[in-house]
Ligand binder design. Structure first.
Ligand code: D41
Length: 675
């Protein structure tokens, strides 16, 4: 065995400690202590030492988180202290009953309040992680609560689980129980990659987490974005045990585990209800799925006195949220035509209560998605509605497929105008080729033109646009300016007053800005940000119309596809006369001064994250763009500055890691005032 120089041994120990600490700061505290590049450098140095002196290598080395040799099977693990299950409550009354049962058992009179620890119920997989003398020794799934599977190799790859406990007061034996879960953004990224590679996507983050833990090859687990939140302990020997659940969680936090941010101690059942309401209201903003709240009697002595029935403790309960996934039947599929001609399949469902509302429609996105799901009309399907996003079909339940289920056939002709439907090479979306000849596209173009972020024509809603087009009062946006009182009042359900108001709104909307006008035209791929960039770079409408592909490509953020769409739009013989008619009708804006001092932030990219408290996010964005800045949605090395408000998360983290300047909302306001 080679003799290892003493300074190498010391340097190795130091690197291990430092890397473990940086890891903890990054993955547990969400507060990186060094830039990624520096972390990588330290890791390479550690790996080089391990390469030269393999005898130094120990299982708690941060280099061991990449996974090792694949197993043939998982061995069984007997839980010395059984992993109990949780009783469920689905209503406030069941919660009141729970509280009363507890008070009765320990002879509290009804005026006295029980102290509960409240925590979100993460939707993942329950595991046990055992530490001996501070070192991670073994990890196991919950299994049936008595026997689970040994998943140590997989758990070692999860960066928010310490390989070695930190701090003082480390018990000789400590078995931590927690929930391993996959955060929503990691789940979305993983599924995006799977779809691109033509692989099967995961149905939801819980399945993805459980599936990742069941890999025999830990190198695969190492690539999955998993995290663990600790929620209780099993074995605990040789150390000072805290007196309450809440204190125990604090202790676990000090030992290096991730603890949920929202845990709270409350007094009495009414405060439990408030906690439930509060979490239900922020559920969609959390970056992980939760399916309810867990309430636990806080005091360990009281927990012991209450004991358990069957396999569930009497001192804890899970209050479930309304489910975000339900089964229902796919009755039919309709094809809708959007502003750009995109033909979107929409599923008509047997109405089902899911995610707190009754859902009758869900999007099926496109033909690829229909194929991927392999769904037929008549199938039983799982629908998911999380937050305010459009309900999705996540799966067809194949063993419930009825006889005679009909395959979904994507139309070859537009259901509105009968023009051919074509799908461009490499695109997922199929489009009607009818252009403004297609009534559906005309209607959508007018709705977009009138919308709030575009020309902002108050009172011109979707239904009214449909009626105006269906009654041949308008054929294009330019015709809006020829509308008159007689025509309007002849429409069904249009009162004199509403007609007058509409004409007034159209008049008011004529004063606009160049970026808003460019956005209103509904040129493909030209969203608000691109419209603003075009306006800032060209200054006038005529200059945008005259721009060549090459001139457009000189602008940051305008790629070949957008440039092509812009040139095509103004070359289309139908479009220019419409634009000219709009201008002739009196729509006007101020051209944009091209001189440098009017656009002091030109060339800079800014990112807004977290909550803005004084101005709205839209306002902050407008102001920055007015001064020529680009406002982007994600942080990269090219980002000039990040404005971070309360609740900022991964974007702020990334900015800090990249050493990009970060401003508070207040400093942004002060900065803008100096421009
Ligand atoms: O977040 C969770 N999924 C969670 C699960 C939690 N926060 N606390 C839990 N506490 C328990 C007891 C009270 C038995 C210690 C649990 C679970 N159990 C649990 N998870 C799966 C089965 C039981």
């Amino acid at each position: 065995m080679p003799i290892i120089p003493e300074e190498t041994v010391q340097r190795y120990q130091r690197l291990k400690d430092d890397l473990n600490q940086h890891n903890h700061a990054y993955y547990v505290l969400d507060d990186p202590s060094i830039p990624d590049s520096e972390y990588d450098r330290l890791m390479r140095e550690l790996q080089a030492i391990e390469q030269d002196f393999p005898s130094l290598l120990t299982p708690d080395s941060p280099s061991q988180r990449v996974g090792g040799v694949a197993l043939d099977s998982f061995s069984q693990v007997v839980h010395t202290v059984p992993m109990l299950s949780l009783d469920n409550a689905f209503s406030d009354t069941e919660m009141v009953d729970f509280d009363r049962r507890i008070k009765d058992r320990i002879n509290l009179d009804s005026s006295q309040q029980m102290i509960y620890a409240c925590e979100p119920k993460l939707d993942g997989a329950a595991v046990s992680v055992l530490y001996k003398a501070g070192l991670l020794e073994r990890a196991a799934t919950r299994g049936d609560g008595s026997v689970g599977e040994d998943i140590t190799a997989n758990v070692r790859t999860i960066k928010s689980i310490p390989l070695r406990l930190q701090g003082e007061n480390i018990p000789d034996i400590l078995e931590v129980r927690g929930e391993i879960y996959m955060p929503k953004d990691g789940f979305n990224r993983l599924n995006q990659k799977a779809k691109q590679a033509g692989e099967k996507a995961f149905v939801n983050p819980r399945n993805a987490a459980a599936g990742s833990l069941r890999q025999l090859d830990s190198k695969i687990t190492a690539t999955r974005p998993l995290e663990m939140c600790a929620y209780s302990v099993g074995q605990f020997e040789g150390g000072d045990k805290p007196n309450s659940h809440f204190q125990m969680l604090q202790m676990l936090g000090q030992l290096g585990f991730k603890i949920n941010q929202h845990i709270k101690q409350v007094e009495g059942i009414d405060d439990c209800e408030d906690y439930y309401q509060h979490l239900a209201s922020i559920r969609d903003q959390l970056d992980y799925d939760i399916d309810g709240i867990v309430y636990k009697v806080n005091d360990f002595r009281l927990q012991e006195r209450l004991g358990f029935v069957a396999k569930a403790p009497r001192w804890a309960i899970a209050r479930k949220f309304p489910a975000q996934e339900e089964m229902t039947r796919l009755l039919d599929v309709e094809f809708q035509v959007g502003r750009t001609g995109a033909v979107t399949p929409v599923a008509r469902l047997e109405p089902v209560f899911v995610g707190g509302v009754t859902v009758g429609n869900a999007t099926l996105h496109n033909a690829d998605e229909i194929n991927r799901l392999g769904v037929c009309i008549g199938d039983t399907v799982i629908v998911r509605r999380a937050g305010d996003v459009i309900p999705q079909i996540v799966k067809a339940v194949l063993d419930k497929r009825p006889e005679g289920a009909q395959p979904i056939i994507f139309p070859e002709r537009c259901p509105v105008c009968q023009s051919a439907v074509k799908r461009a090479e490499g695109e997922a979306v199929a489009r009607c080729t009818g252009g403004l000849f297609c009534g559906a596209q005309t209607k959508e173009a007018i709705k977009h033109y009138a919308s709030r972020k575009a020309m902002d024509i108050d009172g011109l809603g979707d239904k009214l646009v449909d009626a105006l087009v269906d009654n041949d009062l308008i054929y294009s946006v330019a015709d809006l300016y020829d509308l008159n009182l007689e025509g309007l009042v002849n429409l069904e359900r249009m009162a004199q007053k509403s007609a007058e108001n509409l004409l007034q709104s159209i008049e008011v909307s004529k004063q606009t800005t160049l970026p808003k006008f460019l956005y209103s035209l509904g040129i493909r791929e030209v969203g608000e940000a691109t419209a603003q960039t075009l306006a800032n770079n060209f200054g006038t409408l005529d200059a945008v119309i005259a721009a060549s592909i090459d001139q457009l490509l000189e602008i940051d953020d305008v790629g070949p596809i957008v440039a092509r769409h812009i040139v095509d739009f103004f070359n289309n013989p139908d479009n220019l006369p419409i634009v000219e008619a709009i201008v002739a009708a009196g729509v006007q804006w101020k051209d944009i001064d091209q001189s440098a001092d009017s656009l002091p932030l030109k060339g800079q990219t800014w990112v807004l994250t977290g909550t803005m408290e004084t101005m709205s996010r839209a306002e902050a964005k407008d102001r920055l763009q007015e001064f020529g800045a680009k406002v982007a949605g994600s942080v990269s090395a090219k980002t000039h500055a990040v404005v971070a408000g309360p609740g900022a998360g991964s974007k702020l983290k990334k900015a800090q890691a990249l050493e990009i300047q970060v401003l508070s909302e207040q400093s942004l306001i002060e900065f803008l005032a100096t421009l």
